[in-house]
Design a protein. Structure first.
Length: 584
């Protein structure tokens, strides 16, 4: 049995007590603001060790670093010995992000059961479409039974409804045995609205700065060093105790930090040290809406040294090109030229004027030095689907040929592709915003706020699903029976063919910007993407199109109906509407 120290940071407290079962034990203060149980009173870790802390007579509260919350975030914590798992991944040496394919999934809606064990049973399917990394939406403890995961309040605990921490370890182990890495989505910019007792212990939150979701973390004020340590240790926990291969850092633009060494740079340094210690690559991916390549610039060049960042510009350009939707932030991406620029420059807004923002936005990427794989792109993801009023996927608007075009642009384009669960077969189930707040007033406020937000944007309020309605959650679960339907099966086979093409044609994973070129005819609605000597011909239009093409063998094709290639001319191919052809 390992010894549990039962210590907690509470710098301003006068007294702190440990509630251990039916016992109440006094903790001793240290000079650094931490309180600890005297060594003589420390028990061995047992599964039945339920405990909490009373601070200045208030509580008991869950341990801020709790590993288990079997009865919910308002209940006592439970001991968990992470070292008890017997790992079977000794042969796993890790996986680099360069050339990889990421698959984003939400554990609760990926399968009917909504557990880690059920998700592990689908790993063979993910292998068949060339997935190298599974990216899990946040799995830390939140209040209620189901949630997107971004309302977490106990960052060290794994949600019990998914199976808890032991099941999480087993899932990572199973992934590694199939050659698949795991990226964990983590949220360090805010905490959820229910069960956040951190302010009872100390100044975890900043009163001076907030963001879209509430108070920011105290990253640069008085007592901020232990708060930063709280975040850094959590990141290292996932990568160490749970053998996770990378972290996706949620909305880093909301991290308010004026320190000389930004939290992200400090995290990059410590993760690099852990990578050297473990002998396997560890990846940090930022989500940011700033279009600032400093995040992925090496520390030696005065960057933060993260490995990659999301490029939402890619999504927006692809979405507009396929759907014609130009409301809101899509307005900037209306010309087909926007897609061409994103494919060749990484960002559309790279120090240029944004009509949606009504100001200059972004900064240019150094395309001579920056490898293309440092940008993670998707035609669909949890944000871009779930933050639509009715959570509709592209499959609700597009035919199968257009879905194939989206797949080809994502998987054969120059960046690191990320798929959203179910897109590989054109899933028709929506991905809607769902919550399960037990507090009636919080549930009502969430539902009312969501409906009012979309009403201001012109949506019919009656169409916006109630996030608190259990049916909203159930509707968002994938329907795996769709794979047996011919149209879905045909699209799935195309995804598998794209995966094979990535493995056999080095042009597709070439990380050099100077090996990318795009030609297009906006009037005719076609685009030709050059990846070295490989050419991807795309007809976005409703009519057949003659696309200049000389030389090369057709190695892959797909059309909404019939053959993609309708005619071969000496220096051109006639492509069917909504089709894609790959020449190599």
């Amino acid at each position: 049995m390992n010894e549990q120290r039962f210590e907690v940071w509470a710098p301003d407290a006068q007294t702190v007590q440990l509630v251990l079962g039916t016992r109440r034990l006094e903790l001793t203060a240290r000079d650094d603001g931490w309180w600890e149980l005297p060594a003589s009173a420390r028990p061995a870790v047992r599964a039945e060790n339920d405990y909490g802390f009373i601070v200045d007579g208030r509580g008991p509260y869950a341990d801020p670093r709790s590993r288990r919350q079997p009865a919910g975030v308002h209940a006592p914590s439970r001991s968990f010995d992470a070292s008890a798992h017997v790992w079977q991944d000794a042969d796993w040496t890790g996986r680099q992000l360069a050339g990889a394919v990421i698959y984003e999934l939400h554990v609760g809606t990926f399968t009917p059961e909504g557990t880690f064990g059920a998700a592990a049973s689908r790993l063979d399917h993910l292998q068949s479409i060339g997935v190298d990394f599974v990216e899990l939406l946040p799995v830390n403890a939140f209040n209620g039974t189901h949630n997107w995961g971004y309302d977490g309040v106990l960052w060290y605990a794994v949600h019990e409804g998914y199976g808890g921490p032991a099941a999480y370890q087993a899932f990572v182990d199973a992934c590694h045995q199939r050659g698949i890495g795991v990226i964990q989505d983590v949220v360090y910019n805010h905490l959820g609205p229910s069960g956040n007792y951190l302010p009872q212990f100390g100044p975890y939150l900043s009163e001076a700065a907030g963001n879209t979701w509430g108070s920011s973390l105290n990253l640069d004020g008085p007592h901020s060093d232990p708060v930063r340590r709280y975040i850094l240790d959590n990141a290292l926990m996932w990568l160490g105790d749970y053998h996770v291969d990378g972290l996706r850092l949620d909305a880093v633009h909301a991290l308010r930090d004026s320190s000389a060494t930004h939290l992200l740079e400090q995290l990059s340094v410590e993760v690099a040290a852990l990578s050297a210690e473990t002998g396997r690559p560890l990846t940090l991916i930022a989500e940011s809406d700033l279009n600032d390549p400093r995040l992925i610039t090496p520390r030696e060049a005065n960057g933060y040294g993260l490995d990659a960042q999301w490029s939402d510009d890619f999504h927006h350009a692809v979405h507009v090109a396929l759907t014609g939707e130009t409301s809101g932030y899509y307005a900037d991406f209306e010309p087909l030229d926007a897609l061409a620029k994103v494919l060749t420059h990484g960002f559309f807004h790279d120090g240029t004027y944004s009509s949606f923002r009504e100001r200059t936005h972004g900064r240019r990427i150094d395309r001579e030095r920056m490898p293309t794989w440092r940008l993670v792109v998707a035609s669909q993801n949890h944000d871009q689907i779930g933050n639509r009023a009715v959570g509709d996927r592209l499959s609700a608007q597009l035919d199968v040929g257009q879905l194939a075009i989206a797949a080809a642009l994502t998987l054969l384009g120059p960046y690191t592709p990320m798929l959203f669960m179910g897109e590989e077969w054109g899933a028709t189930t929506p991905w809607q915003f769902f919550t399960s707040h037990p507090e009636p007033e919080l549930g009502t406020a969430t539902a009312t706020g969501r409906i009012s937000e979309f009403a201001r944007m012109g949506w019919n309020p009656a169409l916006v699903p109630d996030p608190q309605d259990p049916a909203t959650f159930e509707r968002s679960k994938l329907n795996w029976n769709e794979l047996a339907e011919p149209e879905h099966a045909r699209l799935l086979e195309f995804y598998r063919a794209l995966a094979a093409l990535r493995r056999t044609h080095p042009d597709i994973t070439d990380p050099r910007f100077d090996q990318i070129a795009v030609e297009l005819d906006a009037a005719e609605g076609w685009l030709r993407l050059h990846r070295g000597r490989t050419k991807i011909l795309i007809n976005l239009g409703e009519r057949s199109a003659h696309i200049p093409a000389s030389g090369g063998e057709v190695v892959l094709s797909f059309a909404a109906a019939g053959d993609a290639v309708q005619d071969r001319l000496p220096n051109a191919l006639q492509l069917a509407p909504h089709s894609v052809v790959v020449l190599a």
